[in-house]
Design a binder for this molecule. Structure first.
Ligand SMILES: Nc1nc2c(ncn2[C@@H]2O[C@H](COP(=O)(O)OP(=O)(O)O)[C@@H](O)[C@H]2O)c(=O)[nH]1
Ligand SMILES: [Mg+2]
Length: 331
């Protein structure tokens, strides 16, 4: 995606790379964020820079002696097409959803606060691998201090709510408010112009879980009335195993990626494991994902898919579509 960065940005980027202390790097990263034009084409860069800034801030603060560090901190490297966190009040069924959709085996109990640590698992939606991360709950009484930063570092969130509980709307408000106070905003769409580097926006869908519970369908309607204009809502029952495909599909949709398959000239296509570049990516972006050097050597590509005739030759700046098959040709 064309970002059209101002020349000063590249200069500060170089200074950032040359900086040797966390403090100097933090300062340069902040400067880069200020210089970055805030529009659709820089969305990914804005998000990456924010993550970098908060990581550097942790480094700087962590280095100032252990008294500054409150409790444990976790970092879960993203795998597959992206990382989607399961967020919500206690006992809403977050761990049950992880267990239903992945091979992970979290503890599931009928009482709250069972999950104390983040737990990842790998989920499949069609041929795409997506990482789900189960998190400890958020309530008025408790929120582990590392939870907001783990959410901020993810690519998207599923906000799990309990349709078996009359307090579900209140509990959900508490979750959203506590995160907001910690500069994490769960939203349906990430705003394009956000100048506050401290605020992390996370694309979010609601999983209305436990629709099988007595009164579940009625509460689902109430949830739709109150939150339906704010978030997409997926109805589910982790225990009844209903709506699980919809949950997986909505996690994929939140990531805003394409499935793009590749083939080597003269060889058959690999139709099994797609690359997952962000929507709007070009042939050149894809080349860069496959190998750094490919960005320099790429001459043209042939594409089978949407908006082209079969095997059409396209230039480096051709914008890809979901499901495209691409054959890269190098000089
Ligand atoms: N009826 C019903 N119970 C569920 C569902 N999902 C989870 N539960 C139950 O709710 C309780 C809490 O589940 P858990 O996954 O540990 O919730 P967490 O605290 O959000 O991780 C357990 O007793 C689960 O069996 C569901 O879809 N329907
Ligand atoms: Mg749990």
């Amino acid at each position: 995606m064309p970002a059209n960065l101002p020349p000063q940005y590249h200069k500060v980027d170089e200074e950032y790379r040359a900086a040797t202390t966390p403090e100097a790097r933090l300062e340069k990263a902040r400067e880069m964020f200020r210089l970055l034009p805030k529009h659709k084409g820089t969305e990914k860069l804005q998000a990456d820079l924010k993550k970098l800034i908060s990581r550097l801030r942790d480094d700087v603060e962590g280095g100032k002696g252990s008294s500054k560090k409150k409790g444990v901190s976790y970092r879960i490297p993203s795998e597959g097409a992206g990382q989607v966190v399961l967020v919500g009040a206690p006992n809403t069924g977050k761990s049950s959803i992880l267990a239903a959709l992945t091979k992970a085996t979290p503890r599931i109990e009928a009482y709250p606060y069972t999950t104390r640590e983040p737990q990842p698992g790998m989920m499949h939606w069609l041929d795409v691998r997506i990482q789900l991360v189960d998190l400890p709950p958020i309530s008025a009484d408790l929120m582990e201090p590392f939870v907001p930063s783990l959410i901020a570092a993810a690519d998207a969130a599923l906000l799990v709510i309990d349709c078996g509980d009359d307090a579900t709307l209140d509990q959900t408000e508490v979750v959203l408010e506590r995160l907001s106070k910690n500069f994490v905003e769960l939203v349906a769409e990430v705003p394009e112009d956000n100048d506050d580097e401290r605020v992390h926006f996370l694309r979010t869908a609601i999983v209305a879980n436990k629709v099988d519970a007595p009164g579940g369908e009625d509460r689902l309607e109430i949830v739709r009335d109150f939150l339906g204009s704010r978030f997409p809502i997926v109805a589910a029952s982790a225990v009844g195993r209903s709506g699980m495909d919809d949950v997986a599909r909505s996690a994929y949709d939140l990531l805003r990626v394409l499935r793009v398959y590749t083939k080597t000239p003269g060889k058959p296509a690999d139709r099994t494991s797609p690359f997952t570049p962000p929507i709007g990516s070009t042939v050149l972006d894809l080349a860069g994902m496959i190998h750094r050097d490919f960005e320099k050597t790429l001459k043209f590509a042939r594409v089978w898919g949407t908006g082209v005739f079969e095997g059409q030759s396209v230039k480096r700046d051709h914008v890809l579509s979901d499901g495209d098959l691409v054959e890269l040709h190098h000089s």
